[in-house]
Design a protein around this ligand. Structure first.
Ligand code: ADP
Ligand code: MG
Length: 324
């Protein structure tokens, strides 16, 4: 199979969306954005050995590499529309490609996203999606809009993905159901696209939690020039993590909850007056939204334990370039 047969077979699909004037097969894609919309762009790369292990399920990889990009657009309140896929592959394993593209096309279909181009080359396995979407003019939800006094909210539950990873690596033991749930959170994150859009005009600042709660909250606080005060007890978590937090494995549970990456939940601030509208956005988005604390004057982040005492030191968020 040559490069063009490979692209034709696995990545070229009939565009269902009239906005795609030229898709896969020409030198570049030609797209017709909606009137009055601003373009929102993001790119996220997954490297074998860094973000996933050799031998990882290709269908889950196809899902995840698109999901993490959809999550970035969700975090802006944008509607994702078009994607580009850059692939470096060590070989042309047809079964691998079929499964990978199945995972990618399935999630794209769910969100009405069209794959409109890409690049394919031989090399160490590297998966990279560029996503493009739209937001009504001036309505993107940025990191910098939070104000002291705002509530701080998060969608879904935190820590599951890190717990799943710890279980896969044999560092914790989970019951069969929790193991399946947490590993699914790690392998097939659900981007909160509908919630993100529903929060336009409601949230004052937002981002997605990819590197851990306190680390990502730090970005929101820095951009907004505020601090934050969080109640540990309020942070939404799965049953397994909750049990760990009350037992001997408390330190590991705490790390997963406040510093665990890969959850792809939305973290956002909203004025107190918007509580009802946030709840409605959660219903529209089909995901729980939980108030975990508030935005405060200053620059520090405090996570208070069950007695109201700030946890010190806080477990640190993941950073690819952190020096130990
Ligand atoms: P060029 O040499 O002009 O850059 P390529 O040979 O790289 O073109 O790609 C041919 C066509 O296939 C282009 O439309 C490109 O966008 C598309 N394409 C290449 N790789 C992928 C991929 N992995 N997924 C989707 N489209 C792809
Ligand atoms: Mg090319």
């Amino acid at each position: 199979m040559n490069e063009f047969e490979l692209i034709d077979r696995h990545f070229r699909r009939e565009a269902r969306d009239a906005s795609v004037r030229v898709g896969v097969g020409d030198d570049a894609a030609v797209l017709a954005p909606s009137a009055g919309a601003e373009l929102v762009l993001a790119v996220d790369m997954m490297v074998e050995g860094r973000h996933f292990l050799p031998g990882a399920d290709p269908e889950a990889l196809g899902h995840k590499v698109l999901a993490v990009n959809l999550s970035d657009l969700a975090a802006m309140g944008a509607r994702p529309r078009w994607a580009l896929l850059a692939l470096a592959l060590p070989d042309d394993d047809d079964a691998w490609l079929a499964a990978f593209s199945r995972g990618l096309h399935a999630l794209a279909g769910e969100h009405g996203v069209e794959l409109v181009g890409g690049d394919t080359t031989r090399g160490p396995r590297n998966l990279c999606v560029t996503i493009a979407g739209e937001v009504p003019e001036g309505q993107a939800i940025r990191r910098g809009g939070a104000n002291a006094g705002d509530d701080l909210w998060v969608s879904g539950t935190l820590g599951d993905a890190m717990l799943g990873l710890a279980a896969l690596e044999g560092r914790v033991t989970l019951d069969a159901q929790s193991l399946a749930d947490c590993v699914a959170r790690l392998a097939r994150p659900a981007p909160r696209v509908a919630l993100g859009s529903a929060l336009r005009g409601v949230a004052s600042a937002m981002l997605d939690v990819s590197d851990g709660l306190t680390g990502d909250l730090g970005h929101l606080c820095a951009a907004s020039r505020v601090g934050a005060d969080i109640d540990l007890a309020a942070i939404p978590r799965c049953g397994a993590l909750d049990r760990m937090l009350r037992g001997e494995a408390r330190a590991a549970a705490l790390a997963a909850l406040v510093a665990g990456g890969d959850d792809y939940e939305l973290l956002f601030a909203a004025p107190v007056a918007n509580r009802e509208r946030v709840a409605a956005a959660g219903r529209a988005g089909g995901v729980a939204v939980t108030r975990i604390g508030r935005i405060v004057v200053g620059s520090g982040i405090a996570v208070r334990d069950e007695c109201g005492v700030p946890i010190d030191p806080l477990p640190r968020a993941f950073d690819h370039f952190a020096t130990a």
